[in-house]
Design a binder for this molecule. Structure first.
Ligand SMILES: *[C@@H]1O[C@H](CO)[C@@H](O)[C@H](O)[C@H]1NC(C)=O
Ligand SMILES: *[C@@H]1O[C@H](CO)[C@@H](O)[C@H](O)[C@H]1NC(C)=O
Ligand SMILES: *[C@@H]1O[C@H](CO)[C@@H](O)[C@H](O)[C@H]1NC(C)=O
Ligand SMILES: *[C@@H]1O[C@H](CO)[C@@H](O)[C@H](O)[C@H]1NC(C)=O
Ligand SMILES: *[C@@H]1O[C@H](CO)[C@@H](O)[C@H](O)[C@H]1NC(C)=O
Ligand SMILES: *[C@@H]1O[C@H](CO)[C@@H](O)[C@H](O)[C@H]1NC(C)=O
Ligand SMILES: *[C@@H]1O[C@H](CO)[C@@H](O)[C@H](O)[C@H]1NC(C)=O
Ligand SMILES: *[C@@H]1O[C@H](CO)[C@@H](O)[C@H](O)[C@H]1NC(C)=O
Length: 481
């Protein structure tokens, strides 16, 4: 608007344009502060962001200093996983290529499709993007800012997939001060490792990677129907389907982490209500897959929680900061083992948990929001704090949990400053969680005979001390470049 020279136009038209410009701005000005960012509602394809929910300060409470910490991270941004690519992205992209007769340039909100090219090829699936590498390195630097008094770790642990391994390497580059200061230990993603890996769901036969797709499918059908009808009114020849809509919205996340932005994120194309539908469908899926709607998840998450709590509670430890990389499944499973984001926490019963995620409408008040837990590079931290001179609390050791830097209060463990809890409270809390969820092998119906219920990778380095990481990658270059 500002580039139009208003004073050159006739008076009547000037007034008209002013009214138009006021109207187009009114949704975001004057008394309304409403703003909406779809990138914060994209579940597992959300670029890294910090929800600040609850808005408690990430800084330690007054008088407290972190003396040890442990981080469990999802790998950073990738070029689409194989399932999403084959199920949603490739079919839409291929359909678009087939419909050469549609003149997209003339179709409102979809006109960008006339010049749009796909941001991803089959060969790039699963690889880290540039943004992914940069953000993982940034997390490394963030750890050094957050814990200036702690020793830089000697080791960083990662599951063995290329995207987790490269994420660990990138974090190390952002954290180490000199080359070869930190070595990366790769933990094989075995289907027979019992609980002793960073992918314990893979060795749990009772866990199914497709759990939740039936339930989320019900809601996907519901929320995409009016969107498909709207787009089909604009471009009937394309015959937009439910899967097309789902894939286009998913492209907002993937294209953003590949190219820095995406026309699919445009709120004129998909409204905030549309995005909230997409997000809720993802939350239903994660509820039944890695959340409270799946009977095994607490049992699969417990070994990491128990091992980590013991590393922090111990008098001595090899590392001041423990850092591990895994895939999207494990951090939410650990939150279940911890009792975080429980829709029933304040009222409601354990048996009614599935009722909190109805399939025919959105539960806007839910605690379970996957975008807040498992965006790319999503991370869960437990800190041990040394507190003294904290008015109203005894001097001593306290424990605190952060999810993507937002402090999370622990259920039944709230006797410290801020969201923290005392050492004795934390010990009792961990014992309660162990009592609830011990017995990984039984619950998983493990069908191989050398299983274990205990995660020991952090204390047992018998099988190797890992590989050093230089500032620059000198080995195998990315396939994509
Ligand atoms: C596009 O056309 C090709 C070749 O005709 C066909 O194999 C493919 O299934 C079509 N894709 C879609 C999504 O219609
Ligand atoms: C069990 O044995 C298999 C095959 O030798 C091995 O890959 C796996 O790591 C073992 N699991 C444990 C928990 O030691
Ligand atoms: C539109 O797509 C759906 C699902 O693939 C199909 O069942 C239907 O026949 C198609 N409609 C037209 C008019 O092509
Ligand atoms: C979730 O909250 C309910 C109600 O407080 C509780 O009974 C249940 O045990 C909690 N679930 C988990 C896994 O902690
Ligand atoms: C929730 O639903 C899942 C999948 O149907 C089921 O396995 C689980 O037992 C249900 N949870 C409760 C507490 O009823
Ligand atoms: C924690 O505080 C105690 C008591 O004030 C002190 O003795 C100890 O050295 C502190 N530990 C660290 C790691 O700073
Ligand atoms: C918890 O960790 C301790 C210390 O490593 C170990 O002795 C115990 O067996 C573990 N229990 C479970 C259920 O993982
Ligand atoms: C790893 O390092 C530790 C401590 O330096 C050492 O005790 C252990 O033997 C090493 N492991 C291997 C496989 O070299």
């Amino acid at each position: 608007m500002s580039s139009i020279r208003l004073n050159r136009l006739p008076k009547w038209l000037q007034t008209g344009l002013l009214i138009i410009s006021v109207q187009t701005c009114s949704a975001t000005s004057l008394y309304s502060n409403y703003h909406f960012n779809p990138l914060e509602h994209l579940g597992g394809v959300a670029p890294y962001f910090e929800s600040q929910d609850p808005p408690a300060s990430p800084s330690p409470p007054q008088g407290c200093t972190p003396v040890r910490a442990a981080y469990l991270n999802r790998h950073a941004a990738i070029y689409a996983n194989d399932f999403d690519y084959e199920e949603y992205l490739e079919p839409f992209i291929s359909k678009l290529k087939n419909h050469t007769k549609i003149d997209w340039a003339k179709i409102p909100t979809l006109n960008f499709l006339s010049g749009w090219t796909a941001p991803i090829t089959e060969a790039e699936q699963e690889l880290l993007t540039r943004v992914g590498r940069v953000e993982a390195a940034q997390l490394g630097a963030t750890l050094s800012f957050r814990y200036p008094n702690l020793k830089i770790p000697a080791h960083v642990w990662t599951s063995s997939a290329e995207r987790t391994y490269k994420s660990a390497e990138s974090l190390v580059r952002g954290l180490e001060t000199d080359d070869n200061g930190i070595s990366v230990i790769s933990i094989y993603e075995s289907k027979k490792a019992g609980a002793n890996s960073l992918t314990p769901y893979s060795s749990c036969p009772a866990y199914s990677s497709s759990a939740g797709s039936d339930q989320s499918g019900v809601f996907i059908k519901k929320f995409t129907a009016p969107i498909a009808a709207r787009l089909n009114a604009l471009a009937p020849e394309f015959n937009f389907t439910s899967n097309d809509i789902y894939g286009m919205m998913e492209l907002c996340g993937y294209e953003s982490v590949i190219r820095g932005s995406s026309p699919f994120c445009n709120l004129d194309l998909f409204s905030p209500d549309d995005w909230l539908g997409w997000e809720y469908a993802a939350d239903i899926m994660y509820h039944y897959n890695v959340g409270y709607g799946n009977q095994v998840t607490g049992f699969v998450g417990l070994p990491w929680l128990n091992a980590t709590a013991n590393l922090l509670l111990g008098e001595h430890s090899d590392e001041d900061i423990y850092v591990s990389f895994t895939h999207r499944e494990l951090p939410p499973m650990v939150t279940v083992a911890m009792g975080l984001f429980n829709n029933s926490a304040f009222g409601g019963s354990a048996s009614a948990i599935n009722d909190t995620m109805p399939l025919d409408r959105i539960n806007y008040q839910r605690q379970w929001k996957s975008s807040y837990v498992l965006p790319f590079l999503g991370n869960l931290a437990i800190e041990k704090l040394n507190c003294s001179g904290t008015y109203g609390y005894d001097d001593g050791e306290y424990y605190r949990v952060l999810v993507n830097s937002a402090p999370q209060p622990l259920p039944d463990c709230a006797d410290g400053p801020g969201t923290s809890c005392s050492r004795s409270g934390f010990e009792k809390y961990i014992q309660d969680r162990v009592d609830l969820f011990q017995g990984y092998s039984d619950k998983c119906s493990v069908d191989y005979d050398n299983s274990t219920d205990v995660l020991s990778i952090y204390t047992n380095l018998d099988s190797g001390n890992g590989t050093f990481v230089g500032k620059r990658s000198t080995h195998k270059p990315y396939k994509a470049f």
